[in-house]
Design a protein around this ligand. Structure first.
Ligand code: ZN
Ligand code: ZN
Length: 124
């Protein structure tokens, strides 16, 4: 299996990792030195001033116009079945339980990870 930019699914609705609100599909000019600038289809947060963006091959990252991509080190989450570069995305957020559900970005993959916020990192 290989993933290319053109194969990014457009039927998923990732949530912003900061706001936990739905992101919308868009395009942005990217600079990822040393490769030449390119245009990437990605999801971006709709909240004013929020730099959060998501792409299934690049994980969550911060988008600042004219600046190199900055990956969000906090949210690195890879599918245990598909591995790199199948990053997972936040599909659901339940504010009452303070938990967010991650899903694999590969079509038909059943991998799901429920993460309780404000709980110990080891889940104990
Ligand atoms: Zn946001
Ligand atoms: Zn997967």
């Amino acid at each position: 299996m290989s993933l290319t930019d053109s194969q990014m699914r457009e039927d998923v609705r990732p949530l912003c990792q900061r706001h936990l609100t739905p992101m919308s599909l868009g395009k942005a000019g990217m600079q990822v030195p040393p490769i030449a600038p390119f245009v990437l289809a990605m999801y971006g947060c709709d909240q004013p001033g929020c730099p959060s963006a998501y792409h299934m091959r690049h994980d969550y990252f911060d988008l600042f116009l004219g600046e190199p991509m900055r990956r969000d080190q906090e949210t690195k989450s890879m599918c245990p079945i598909h591995g790199f570069p199948a990053f997972m995305y936040i599909a659901e957020y339940d504010p009452e339980k303070a938990q967010r559900t991650w899903r694999c970005s590969v079509e038909d993959c059943a991998t799901e990870k429920v993460e309780h916020l404000n709980s110990p990192p080891d889940g104990a």
